[in-house]
Design a protein around this ligand. Structure first.
Ligand code: AMP
Ligand code: GLY
Length: 418
């Protein structure tokens, strides 16, 4: 079977790495891919018609979508209308990520525990509510904002500033509607699952690190590292998450007639009152996927085909008992403005010890690998436990260098000693 992966970041490189291991795959294509992924085609992920044309012409038997934007733009509807097999929710169901108020209504309707929230379409109403409620409070732009549309405000001044910037257009259209949400406290965990509308199969637990600096300080980023499993998710907690989140999600999709045949990602806050959903994403997480897929012993392509064809009930996923850690190496300045074009060295050495270096923002210039994005690489390694995986990942990181490389030195710190 020929397979097409849409997207070009670290998550998609990890998908390509895993999909290539499947005996079911003849030819893999990545659109637009990145220099780590090989077999790239120069079609942007936003050009849905060109992607469908490519899939038709090249007898693609399975298309896997990495990022949320093409899903929210309706790529699944388009591919299915043309008889092409694709993994992901359709445009309507993708609103679970594309609109936070849509997701909140879904959770309320189906009894999925989440933070209390109120939705506002104008600044004056939101300000009045804010003044009654007080801080801490969480301000969320309703639409897609590349992970930047959430502000956890500890003071009224921060909250008012966040509201002004949302309604002032800081997140474009995404901020025309705003949710004011109860601030929850606890540890976080990411739970991803394959869902075909009839069954739901959880993937291994994981946790990412959103803040730029050690100690979970500094600005939010797309993710500076991840680990799997998340030891905080004990067997008992898994049962609770299944009962409170995954099963109600599945029955909610059925009752609302949501056409969801893809990956559901629940970002959870593990509060004193039990797990609560902070957000849904309708796709694999980045960089959680890099850590999770390193531990998957089963054939991913078989599972993805079953997701698209609604026969997930037949699938069993096997996981390595090892732990995996992904350390993101970023360009100096990220998540703010950063330089591009620095030559990267040591990639071969880093992989010699068994680590896998997933590319996220690289380019080839004059025959050399150079930096071309904020998040540049996701250096990922297995180990017998989290501590060993951390050591292996950082050994590999130490072999890679470029002028201006920055990374966190404490990935998985919360999981150590658990
Ligand atoms: P998101 O972009 O929705 O993943 O949110 C980014 C981060 O904001 C989450 O990982 C949490 O750390 C934080 N966050 C989101 N919602 C809440 C909430 N209701 N209470 C506390 N923190 C939150
Ligand atoms: N790592 C967070 C996300 O993929 O949204």
């Amino acid at each position: 079977m020929n397979v097409l992966i849409i997207g070009g970041g670290g998550r998609e490189h990890a998908l390509a790495w895993k999909i290539r291991q499947s005996s079911l795959v003849d030819q893999l294509y990545c659109a637009p891919g990145n220099p780590g992924m090989r077999d790239v085609i120069a079609v942007p992920e936003s050009d849905l018609q060109a992607l469908a044309d490519f899939a038709e012409k090249n007898a693609i038997g399975l298309t896997m979508v990495g990022p949320e934007a093409p899903l929210c733009a309706g790529i699944v509807d388009l591919f299915r209308a043309r008889g092409l097999r694709i993994v992901g929710p359709d445009r309507h169901a993708a609103q679970l990520e594309g609109s936070k108020s849509f997701a909140k209504d879904f959770m309320r309707r189906h009894g999925i525990p989440t933070a209390d929230a109120t939705t506002f379409d104008n600044e004056a109403g939101a300000l009045a509510y804010l003044r009654r409620h007080g801080a801490p409070i969480v301000i969320k732009a309703d639409g897609l904002a590349a992970g930047k549309g959430v502000i956890v405000a500890m003071t009224m001044a921060e909250a008012e500033e966040a509201l002004r910037s949302c309604f002032g257009g800081a997140f474009g259209q995404a901020g025309n509607r705003v949710l004011l949400e109860e601030c929850l406290f606890g540890e976080e965990a990411s739970i991803l699952a394959l869902c075909d509308g009839k069954s739901i199969i959880p993937l291994a637990s994981s946790q990412d690190h959103k803040r730029a600096l050690d100690g979970d300080l500094g600005p939010n980023t797309g993710g500076m590292g991840a680990y799997s499993p998340a030891p905080i998710v004990t067997d008992e907690l898994w049962q609770e998450i299944d009962r409170l989140v995954l099963q109600p999600f599945l029955s909610g999709c059925r009752r609302d007639a949501l056409n969801f045949r893809g990956v559901i990602y629940a970002g959870l806050m593990l509060t004193a009152k039990g797990p609560k959903v902070l957000e849904f994403n309708v796709r694999f997480g980045d960089p959680e996927t890099q850590a999770i897929l390193m531990r998957l012993d089963s054939d991913l392509v078989e599972a993805l085909v079953a997701t698209a064809d609604q026969c997930l009930a037949d699938i069993r996923l096997c996981w390595s008992p090892k732990a995996a850690v992904c350390v993101v190496m970023a360009a100096r300045g990220y998540p703010g403005s950063y330089a591009k074009g620095a030559a990267i060295s040591g990639l071969g050495d880093a992989e010699a010890g068994g680590a896998v270096v997933f590319h996220a923002g690289t380019a080839v210039k004059d025959g050399r690998m150079v930096t071309a994005g904020g998040r540049v690489l996701g250096v990922t390694a297995l180990g017998d436990d989290i501590a060993a995986a951390v050591a292996n990942a950082y050994d590999a990181v130490a072999k890679i260098s470029w002028d201006g490389a920055q990374f966190r030195r404490d990935i998985a710190h919360r999981a150590l000693g658990k």
